[in-house]
Ligand binder design. Sequence first.
Ligand SMILES: [Zn+2]
Ligand SMILES: [Zn+2]
Length: 177
Amino acid sequence: MKVCKVEGCDKNIHAKGLCRKHYERLADTGSLYLPKVSCSICGTEFEARDARQKTCSKECSKTLRNNISLKWDIDNPEKKKVRQDNFLQARPLYSTWLGMKQRCYRKNHRSYPNYGGRGIKVCSRWKNDYQAFEDDLLTTYKEGLTLDRENNDGNYEPENCRWATWEEQNSNKRVKT
Ligand SMILES: [Zn+2]
Ligand SMILES: [Zn+2]
């Protein structure tokens, strides 16, 4: 049985080498791909499977499902505490991953001007894949450490990231600026 020619799609062919969904989407919108949308939790752009998909990853949809409003209350300490209590147990680096993405992509985040606003990005390996981030960084993580970029103008990527104490991180910034 032949399958749809769209990468990652394993549905049976309906017409012109495409499954029904992709054939109809092409007919309706003129494109096989959906426009990119911003994750409603972390702000990262992603290609939605369909119009109902509001989040970029399993972890962000879990946040959404648990009805923890980060959208308007990201800087509200009470809300932040709820989020961390829920997720730090289940996924140890989730709040680190989310914070990193929000600083880079969520334009209304208070730290965005110093990160996304300066062109700092998250590498493609980590951007929409919490698990990859955890796989790369959990082995060296210790409680109380923060994620630091060695080159302050560089991106969040394995070669440029390490765990540091607040003191180390701040002295690093002072040297660089
Ligand atoms: Zn398809
Ligand atoms: Zn997200």
